[in-house]
Design a protein around this ligand. Structure first.
Ligand code: FAD
Ligand code: MLT
Ligand code: ZN
Length: 457
């Protein structure tokens, strides 16, 4: 690499790495600088898009030598501010890492570049008679690398687990440019530390993931979706427990409230789902090789909590019911810039959490609205605060402390990012944090990987 000490020494050096495109143009750079919610924004020094693993290795090795901080970015749909620069970092975009292997039907596996979007992966594997175990509404933009880095959850965790459970192997570039690769497709391999598991959920603070060997699940052609209205949120919790016991083909259990429904309807023009208003709504989906409609319908008939219900089997009708739940995120975003708190509580604490959380928000931020929805199956709720203004941090602290007091998680599926770095101590002991920092220091001694994410800057 040529020594270049001019003002553009970084760009010039990165451009010498084969296959790396460098972005300096401010208009193009702005597309990398603000997150999906518009809450997190910062100036990038520049961005670079390697097209293969060697390119990523070249970039990271150079940045480590010259102490240039790096923010890895996939689809930029992350919701905790970890995918955008805070001030002058190099954005390393994985959008050029888009290779996708043929489906290995015997192993039920596929190898995908980190920049492959979930939607492209789904289309690819469904054409071969398989499916992917994680699904989420950002599927058109979210990349498998970003989903791995955040250990994404979504709407099928109940059945298949989160992203970590879908990963058979990985390839990643460490900050010193070293490449770690486990792409052989071995479902069982206990040779030393499980680095893949460590990197999954590390939010770009340890390495850049370049390829993933992914486990596939059977494509289940028959589906049934129910939208159910209940009187109070606690009834949804009881109903969810009943459905789990009664429906072996259950795949999703999602919750939303009347205020969220009103917001979705205001921004989408959807009609009310039922003639009367309900206190809470549950979406349940079953999937199987043969039609699970009767299984779901019979189970619902035996649940006294159900006061309204709609059942759909055909794809357009199912999507119409899902829309009330899936369109929450975009509707909240259309209403303002939200503070998004992705939390989880143990099943035993769900009803208490749902009873207490609005009061906590009201006390900390009078006038703020809390739109709460999420993945009831895992006790994972998205508390979206609108209009908290100068009380954002007070309201955040109040909600997260409530969660901690119930033995929950302050970061269930979105990650810690920068949004919750200051609150790590609420659910991680000093010993825990020291171990995490030691790992960070060992793998990234110059601290170039996504500084400020997980641990406060
Ligand atoms: P980015 O946003 O680009 O990055 C996320 C984090 O991962 C950052 O810290 C970044 O530095 C790091 N990163 C990205 N790529 C790499 C890589 N290759 N190597 C190392 N680090 C990397 N999340 C859920 O869990 N469940 C949901 O149901 C869900 N629904 C969503 C719905 C909508 C409408 C939106 C906008 C978001 C939703 N999300 C959900 C959040 C988001 O889609 C996930 O966090 C997703 O995993 C992010 O993928 P991405 O490619 O956009 O990553
Ligand atoms: C969801 O479950 O819809 C997502 O995690 C996105 C969000 O929290 O808004
Ligand atoms: Zn979610």
């Amino acid at each position: 690499m040529t020594a270049n000490t001019g003002p553009d020494w970084l760009g010039a050096a990165l451009e010498e790495i084969p296959g790396v495109r460098v972005v300096r143009d401010r208009d193009e750079l702005s597309t990398f600088e603000t997150d999906w919610t518009r809450r997190f924004t910062g100036v990038a020094r520049m961005a670079c898009l390697p097209r293969d693993t060697a390119g990523v290795a070249g970039v990271l090795a150079f940045c480590a030598r010259t102490s240039v901080p790096v923010v890895p970015q996939g689809g930029n749909t992350g919701l905790v501010g970890g995918s955008v620069p805070r001030g002058g970092e190099l954005v390393l975009s994985t959008r050029g890492l888009v290779a996708l292997s043929p489906v290995d039907a015997n192993a039920a596996q596929v190898t995908a570049g980190a920049g492959v979007t979930l939607e492209r992966l789904q289309q690819h594997v469904r054409a071969a008679g398989f499916d992917f175990g994680v699904d989420l509404a950002a599927r058109g933009s979210a990349t498998v690398g970003g989903m791995f880095a955040t250990n994404a959850g979504g709407t099928r965790v109940l059945r298949y687990g989160s992203m970590r459970e879908q990963v058979v192997g990985f390839e990643a570039v460490l900050p010193n440019g070293g490449v770690v690769s486990r792409l052989g497709g071995l479902p069982k391999d206990n040779t030393g530390y499980d680095l893949g598991s460590l990197l999954c959920g590390s939010e770009g603070t340890l390495a850049v993931v370049t390829r993933l060997r992914l486990r596939l699940v059977p494509l289940l052609p028959a589906r049934a979706v129910a939208l159910v209205g209940v009187v109070v949120p606690a009834d949804a919790v009881t109903l969810a427990a009943r459905l789990r016991r009664a429906c072996p083909s259950l795949e999703s259990l999602e919750l939303f409230h009347p205020d969220g429904l009103a917001l979705v309807r205001a921004h989408s023009g959807l009609r009310p789902p039922f003639a009367r208003d309900c206190g809470a709504y549950l979406v349940a989906e079953c999937a199987a090789r043969t039609d699970p409609t009767e299984e779901l319908a019979t189970a619902l008939l035996e649940c006294p909590e159900v006061v309204e219900s709609a059942l759909a089997t055909g794809r357009p009708e199912r999507e119409a019911l899902w829309a009330y739940r899936e369109r929450h995120t975009e509707s909240i975003n259309a209403e303002g810039v939200p503070v998004k708190l992705d939390v989880a509580v143990p099943v035993a604490g769900v009803a208490s959490f749902l009873r207490a959380v609005r009061g906590e928000v009201g006390q900390a931020a009078a006038g703020a609205r809390a739109i709460i929805f999420g993945h009831l199956g895992e006790g994972n709720f998205h508390v979206n605060l609108l209009g908290a203004n100068e009380h954002e941090e007070a309201a955040t602290a109040a909600v997260l402390k409530l969660v901690a007091s119930l033995g929950g998680s302050i970061s269930s599926e979105h990650g810690v990012g920068v949004a919750k770095a200051a609150y790590l101590g609420l659910t991680r002991s000093p010993a825990d944090q020291a171990a995490m920092r030691a790992i960070k220091a060992a793998i990234d001694p110059s601290g170039i990987m996504n500084p400020g994410v997980i641990f406060p800057a």
